[in-house]
Design a protein around this ligand. Structure first.
Ligand SMILES: [Cu+2]
Length: 348
């Protein structure tokens, strides 16, 4: 409500200034055309200067005021998160001075060089040295930023170093949920195939039941639990539209694209407990969010994520029921039902 009143007040102020300028112009017209133009130029130039000053104050004030809401300003909870955060500040450090300088020149010149009959304009068509400098400096900065970005990209998207055991999970997105398949304690995700997809018979992801690695694969039902200090490789798919697998605290995000498998890996370095202490928020939880507006219930794709010690993780895994086990239980139940139907039929 207050912000609405604020916006209205600013809009009204601009309107009043505009009307005052107009009134001044008409008044000037009565006195003479030239005077009116001069006056108008003066008002325009002052407005340019005001835009520069108030615009800059507004930009820096809002960045400071909302800094708590920027998750990327927090200490990252993953191994490579620090590198991503550094890149953000390198980029900001490179563009912020340029941003301030170009805007000061743009609006400042409009004020300083407003129409003045006592000044003559200066014809200055080109300066090769100047052009070379303003092409070369941004080019060098860009090359540095891109190379640093590539280096980190290859680290995050590339294979996990061979000397580290990795936990592979598979995230399949659809409107509006994530299905997260864990490899169980054998550490292997079982094979699957599009041909085997059979949602009606409880195999929506086409898991191949001839592959024994599938027997202990399970889907995380409510919250997701991951062990601390273990590299997690996330294999990402989508069944319908674009989604995006986003873990803000860990500085990782990857699009889920239908038909194109994507992946990344990250290593959580802080348990949920440690994060709660660090932020001094006893109820704080990590979250998995969909970062691609994917439809009406996009917000519904949010899931809670817990980072725990290895032994707690193993306890959690033991409590999960693999899909294979669920299917087998219901199949033997069906057989029993069929059998009893047959006995009943035989009796009569
Ligand atoms: Cu989504």
């Amino acid at each position: 409500m207050y912000s609405l009143i604020g916006i209205l007040a600013v809009a009204l102020l601009i309107l009043i200034l505009f009307q005052l300028a107009k009134a001044g112009e008409y008044l000037g017209l009565l006195k003479g055309e030239k005077e009116a133009n001069d006056r108008n130029n003066q008002v325009q130039a002052t407005l340019f200067l005001g835009t520069l000053v108030f615009g800059m104050i507004g930009i820096f004030w809002s960045a400071w005021y909302y800094s708590d809401a920027f998750l990327f300003l927090r200490t990252p909870a993953s191994e490579h998160g620090g590198a991503v955060k550094n890149m953000y500040f390198w980029t900001l450090g490179a563009i912020l001075p340029i941003f301030v300088l170009t805007h000061a020149l743009l609006f400042g010149f409009a004020y300083i060089y407003k129409k003045d009959d006592s000044k003559l304009s200066f014809y200055y068509p080109e300066n090769n040295k100047l052009e070379l400098i303003w092409m070369a400096v941004p080019a060098v900065v860009m090359v540095f930023l891109v190379l640093e970005g590539m280096r980190n990209w290859l680290k995050i998207m590339g294979p996990v170093p061979e000397d580290r055991t990795v936990l592979v999970i598979e995230a399949t997105a659809q409107q509006f949920k994530w299905d997260l398949r864990f490899s169980g304690l054998d550490g292997k995700l079982g094979g699957k195939s599009v041909q085997l997809m059979d949602p009606e018979n409880g195999n929506p992801w086409g898991q191949d039941w001839d592959d024994k690695a599938n027997y202990d694969d399970f889907f995380a039902k409510d919250s997701i639990v991951l062990p601390v200090n273990v590299p997690v490789l996330v294999k990402i798919n989508s069944l319908d539209v674009l989604h995006s697998f986003y873990l803000p605290d860990f500085q990782v995000k990857m699009d889920a694209v239908p038909g194109i498998p994507t992946q990344f890996w990250f290593t959580p370095i802080k348990t949920t407990e440690q994060r709660r202490v660090e932020l001094n928020q006893p109820d704080y939880n990590y979250e998995l969010a969909c970062a691609e507006l994917c439809g009406k219930a996009h917000f519904n794709m949010r899931r809670e994520l817990f980072i725990v010690e290895q032994d707690q993780y193993e306890d959690w895994v033991k409590r999960q029921e693999p899909l294979y086990k669920t299917l087998k239980a219901s199949a033997s139940l069906e057989e029993e039902v069929e059998e009893s139907d047959e006995t009943i039929a035989a009796e009569y």
